[in-house]
Write a protein that binds this ligand. Structure first.
Ligand SMILES: NC(=O)c1ccc[n+]([C@@H]2O[C@H](COP(=O)([O-])OP(=O)(O)OC[C@H]3O[C@@H](n4cnc5c(N)ncnc54)[C@H](O)[C@@H]3O)[C@@H](O)[C@H]2O)c1
Length: 482
């Protein structure tokens, strides 16, 4: 039974280091669970903005929860030393990008651990929330020991995060499972207390809980493993999901060769419970800050231990080829892109987020610009982040999704924002020079597009071509020639 009241008010004192997509969500959700949380970041500007109520990332439900808890159970600071002294559990949620040799770059983790070591004033648990390679917990312990911290003053816990950007709050509060990797009974008990509102279910009975699939009767399992297993679970989970995407993309390519429809295949195999429906959307491949780097890091760590993960090398290659295949489709359909104008719907690596890290949309846009076309692009929330990393004289942005069609030779759907499927395509067709849609996310209804008179090219789907296409393209080519 729980030792806390319904609100979880006998909460723990927690520090979360990092206020990015994971750290900010975790800190906010821990506050929502009743804990006292200090969220630390070394980015002073970001912390100042958070202290003033600014929400630095786009994430559904996050503004509401921040409003509820900031200044009460959740505070932001750049002072890690003070935060460490005030906390029993310190969650590390800083970035672990890919180093030049393909390994995970743990320099930010190391920096934080060294700072923590300098501020320790009693027993703490240090929790890996960042995605890290197997045996990182041993490495963290060795850093602390080297800096003179007694082995009795700390325990290391691996507690990987499985949230998805776009649904991060709901994923955190209604997880499929919570993994806790530790050899220490004391650390296990602290982690059990931290997650008790979810694993014992009383958060869901509180009346004001974030809605989702868990309930007092259906609580997420708290799974205890060794630290090494826990670290591997995160890499293996992401690698498996990436593999599913590359698998369906390979089958989509076969569909194109034989005239079958990958949407039908995905339905046919996804309804098999052994396979499951998720991550079977064919398209221009996966991106984001996790799958590309985690698959690479997983391969790298396996090879360090003499284990061949060639399967995942293939997964990465298929993913890269998927963008090239899409570009080839655009080029062969439209002919020379020099002087043409393309409209882009979607910049983020997936719908529901403003994150453009490793976004397939951005690499496709960069290639198209090299072909000499001009581009007008729209995304509901990711324009600013894109402008920070992609600038070109022939690339303009618009907040109006309809203006991407104005006098364009074609529209390209590059992100699976569900709202793109709700756009008025009659209006879009009216504005386009030629009614051609390349749907890199298979977001649009093929029959509707066909009935409206579009030339529609999805991924792994039979192309819908209009007899008008050839005429329109001939006009375009003639116009460029004159
Ligand atoms: N983004 C996701 O969907 C997701 C999901 C699960 C796991 N993860 C993992 O979580 C980790 C964090 O990912 P993210 O997307 O939140 O990264 P992020 O880049 O959005 O955030 C990292 C934050 O850490 C801060 N930081 C860096 N060094 C610091 C230091 N020395 N002291 C204090 N703060 C510091 C940065 O300023 C930044 O705000 C990564 O290991 C990632 O693989 C990410």
């Amino acid at each position: 039974m729980s030792r806390r009241n319904n609100q979880g008010n006998a909460g723990m004192s927690i520090t979360v280091v990092g206020s990015g997509y994971v750290g900010l969500v975790a800190a906010t959700c821990f506050a929502e669970l009743g804990h006292s949380v200090i969220c630390v970041d070394n980015n002073q500007q970001r912390i100042a903005r958070l202290q003033h109520g600014h929400v630095p990332i786009y994430e559904d439900l996050l503004p509401e929860l921040l409003r509820k808890h900031v200044g009460e159970r959740l505070i932001f600071t750049t002072d890690l030393a003070e935060a460490v002294k005030a906390s029993t559990a310190i969650f590390i949620a800083v970035g672990t990008p890919t180093a030049e040799n393909g390994e995970a770059d743990l320099s930010a983790v190391q920096y934080v651990i060294e700072e923590i070591a300098d501020s320790m004033d009693g027993y703490k648990i240090i929790v890996e929330k960042s995605t890290v390679p197997v045996q990182t917990s041993d490495w963290i312990a060795s850093i602390l020991l080297c800096r003179g911290i007694s082995r009795t003053c700390f325990d290391i816990v691996s507690n990987p995060e499985f949230l998805r950007e776009g649904t991060a709050i709901t994923d955190f509060m209604h997880p499929d499972r919570i993994i806790v990797g530790t050899t220490s009974h004391r650390a296990w008990e602290i982690m059990r207390d931290i997650y008790a509102p979810l694993s014992e279910g009383y958060y869901y009975a509180s009346g004001s809980s974030v809605p989702g699939r868990c309930s007092i009767d259906q609580t997420p399992p708290l799974i205890r493993t060794s630290p090494a297993s826990s670290e591997l679970i995160k890499h293996a989970a992401n690698a498996f999901l990436a593999m599913k995407i590359s698998f369906i993309n390979s089958v989509a390519n076969l569909c194109e060769a034989v005239g079958a429809d990958i949407q039908e295949i995905a339905l046919g195999i996804g309804t098999d419970r052994r396979i499951g429906k998720g991550f079977l959307n064919a398209g221009i491949g996966y991106g984001g800050s996790c799958f590309p780097k985690d698959v690479t890091a997983f391969c790298s760590v396996a090879s360090q231990f003499g284990v061949d993960l060639d399967l995942l090398v293939q997964v990465r290659e298929i993913n890269a080829q998927q963008r090239e295949r899409f570009l080839t489709k655009v080029r062969t359909t439209l002919g020379s892109l020099h002087g043409k104008k393309l409209g882009i719907l979607g910049l983020a690596f997936k719908g529901g987020t403003d994150d453009v890290r490793e976004s397939p949309a951005l690499s496709i846009i960069a290639s198209l610009l090299q072909d000499g076309c001009s581009i007008i692009a729209h995304d509901p929330v990711a324009i600013t982040n894109t402008q920070n990393v992609l600038q070109h004289h022939a690339l303009t942005y618009t907040n109006d999704p309809y203006s991407v069609a104005d006098q364009c030779d074609a529209i390209l759907v590059l992100t699976d924002w569900q709202e793109f499927a709700q756009l008025d395509f009659v209006e879009i067709k009216r504005r386009l020079k030629t009614p051609i849609v390349f749907d890199g996310r298979n977001l649009l209804n093929i029959d509707t597009m066909s009935a409206m008179g579009f030339t529609y090219l999805g991924v792994g789907r039979p192309p819908v071509t209009r007899s008008t296409l050839h005429r329109s393209l001939t006009h375009s080519v003639a116009a460029i020639a004159t």
